[in-house]
Ligand binder design. Structure first.
Ligand code: PLP
Length: 614
């Protein structure tokens, strides 16, 4: 009797995202046809007359395709729905199919397998009670199911992570009616123990141990692929598609330019992009030392340093958080910190301090609440406090915090001051010298308009020197070590992201050459243009304009829009903004105006907004 085929096609295929965002795995096209169609036609050609398809994720689309195939082939296709596909696995799906299989042999096929016709033909032709198609020529990663078998091809072990004498299981197997019944029974017992997440191979293991009749059919040399990951899909196209299809697929995955109105990464200039592809240089060579020092000096100017004997800058390979963590993990040790917080990045200072097990207290304000300076002073002046942490521009709310006022208080009471200027540096003066800031952090990919990957700490030389006796909490982010390497040896302790230094150097030229004040003015004017335009469209802002920075505006979502939908609609028009986070989730979207943005692009952005809001 010809078996009934069971195709398991319920899963979400998360590892194939974004391919599977709109398409269930079983409908991924190979050679222009959905996987499901490919298998159904193969089975039809081999004389199979009944197929059970277990569908879950986007089951309606799977069912519609199955219905079409049934009409085209006259194969009877039963759709079984696994509505719990998100919390179950292939064993659960297999058992849902059982009702159509009673008394019949089954041909069990994973719905994400594509293979040569001969593989299916050989499995069907086999007269064994239980046969598993395996490939001795290929044993992939630890995630794959493997089998061990003897010279007579009798299988002794099945599972993931088997090491010796193994072959990979293809996800194609066939069982006689009595063995299929045993499999279903074993499967039910496993599920009864609450193991909803089991794969059907768990039932194989149970039955294989009792029956000793599971045989491996080695198909080494034939072509097949199980599409679990994006790379498997490309392999599938290579094996069963055409070269033009691979080209098309790769082209479709090519990233389209996005007009970034988000607070980093930002659009960068052509010169910065070109600098990224500068010649490769060794980081222990003189050429890198020169690049490093040039960059550090220019950064110092952006931070407001005029006396390089008093202040210096250290560059780290890592995003802005690396700089903040380096400061607290080195300078924060043995000190009692006062963290001033009125948003996400104030809270981030707290998370770092907590993670590093530092001694700290907080003035924890509502997001978007201006610093109450009387209370700030009352807290700073306390004897127990050694250092104050604050965020200059609180990116999560768009609020500009009063750096000069807090700096004056820190100076009056002789406290150290650590400032996160990650999203303000390049757009606003930080004046580290005038403000007497101990350490001030920044990153390359915001208002400085370079690419992500480098961050920096500008600080007092005496404060860097004082770290000599401190045992930092991190080996990699030991600020003193970076300082000594940067400042004394003109090198970095570890391999730096060399190309990013070229890009940063070019970006610094672009903001310093016209004069920093002109760059500040450019951002101020773009922010004003944006805000005037958005106000005209009737949009409302989260904080009053007088508290805003010239970097970013937090805008209330237009009525009727969810955050995700609004983001996607704007993206379709070519513009990327960021959704609000924390308490602002689903309430606002963030519009930044930093990087290589022009007044013309702002006008385009406003037209896009108008389209969505009218
Ligand atoms: C003010 C501020 N601090 C710190 C960070 C963290 O930077 P990163 O995500 O680059 O590590 C950000 C990021 O947006 C920020 O805006």
């Amino acid at each position: 009797m010809n078996p009934i085929a069971v195709l398991l096609a319920a899963g979400e295929g998360r590892s194939l995202f974004p391919l599977t965002r709109d398409l269930p795995k079983a409908l991924l096209p190979l050679n222009g046809k959905p996987l499901l169609e490919r298998i159904v036609y193969q089975l039809y050609d081999l004389g199979i007359s009944q197929i059970v398809v277990v569908a879950g994720f986007q089951k309606d689309r799977v069912a519609a395709t199955a219905a079409k195939l049934q009409r085209q082939t006259a194969v009877q296709i039963h759709i079984v729905e696994n509505d719990r596909y998100a919390e179950t696995n292939t064993l659960y799906s297999l058992l849902l199919a059982a009702k159509h299989c009673s008394g019949k042999p089954i041909l069990l096929i994973d719905g994400d397998v594509a293979c040569d016709d001969k593989i299916l033909a050989d499995v069907l032709r086999s007269e064994d009670q239980a046969v598993l198609a395996v490939d001795t020529g290929r044993v992939m990663g630890g995630e794959e199911v493997r089998v061990v078998f003897n010279n007579d091809h009798i299988i002794s072990a099945i599972g993931k992570g088997l090491q010796k004498g193994t072959a990979e299981f293809l996800g194609i197997s066939k069982f006689s009616a009595p063995l299929a019944r045993q499999l279903f029974q074993a499967g039910r017992q496993i599920l009864a123990k609450g193991k909803q997440q089991e794969f059907y191979e768990a039932a194989f293991v149970a039955v294989c141990g009792q029956s000793h009749s599971f045989r491996a059919l080695d198909i080494a040399g034939l072509r097949w692929v199980e599409i679990d990951f994006l790379t498997d899909y490309e392999e599938g196209l290579r094996l069963f598609g055409s070269s033009s299809e691979i080209r098309q697929y790769r082209a479709s995955r090519r990233v389209q330019p996005q007009c970034l109105f988000c607070p980093g990464p930002v659009l960068v200039s052509r010169k910065v992009k070109e600098a990224l592809s500068s010649a490769e240089i060794g980081h222990r060579e003189l050429e890198f030392s020169e690049l490093l020092n040039r960059t550090r000096l220019k950064l110092g100017r952006v931070f407001g340093v005029t006396n390089f004997h008093n202040y210096t800058t250290v560059v780290l390979t890592g995003s802005g958080s690396a700089a903040n963590e380096a400061v607290l993990g080195s300078a924060g040790i043995g000190k009692r910190l006062l963290i001033l917080s009125n948003g996400e990045f104030g809270e981030r200072w707290m998370s770092i301090a907590q993670f590093l097990d530092l001694e700290f207290e907080t003035l924890n304000l509502r997001w978007g609440q201006p610093f109450p300076l009387g209370e700030v002073e009352e807290r700073i002046c306390r004897k127990a406090i050694d250092a104050v942490c604050m965020v200059h521009h609180e990116t999560s709310t768009g609020m500009l915090n009063p750096l000069e006022r807090v700096a004056a208080l820190a100076a009056r009471y002789k406290k150290d001051l650590y400032v996160d200027a990650v999203s303000s540096i390049g757009a606003l003066p930080t004046n580290v010298e005038d403000n007497g800031i101990t350490f001030c952090t920044g990153s390359a990919n915001k208002a400085i308009a370079s690419v992500p990957g480098l961050s920096f700490v500008c600080g007092k030389r005496t404060s860097f020197d004082a770290l000599k006796t401190v045992h930092a909490k991190s080996l990699y982010l030991d600020l003193y070590k970076h300082y000594i390497y940067n400042d004394r040896q003109y090198q970095t302790p570890n391999t730096p992201a060399v190309n990013l230094f070229f890009a940063l150097d070019a970006a610094l030229d672009e903001i310093l050459d016209p004069g920093l004040s002109q760059t500040f003015e450019r951002y101020r004017s773009l922010a004003a243009q944006l805000r005037a335009g958005m106000t005209r469209l009737g949009l409302r802002f989260f904080i009053p304009e007088e508290h805003m920075s010239p970097v970013l505006t937090n805008v209330e979502l237009p009525p009727g829009y969810g955050a995700g939908e609004f983001h996607e609609n704007l993206k379709r028009l070519g513009y990327i903004t960021y959704p609000g986070k924390g308490i602002l989730k689903d309430r606002v979207f963030q519009v930044a105006n930093i990087g290589e943005i022009s007044a013309r692009q702002v006008r385009g952005f406003l037209r896009a907004l108008e389209q969505l809001t009218k």
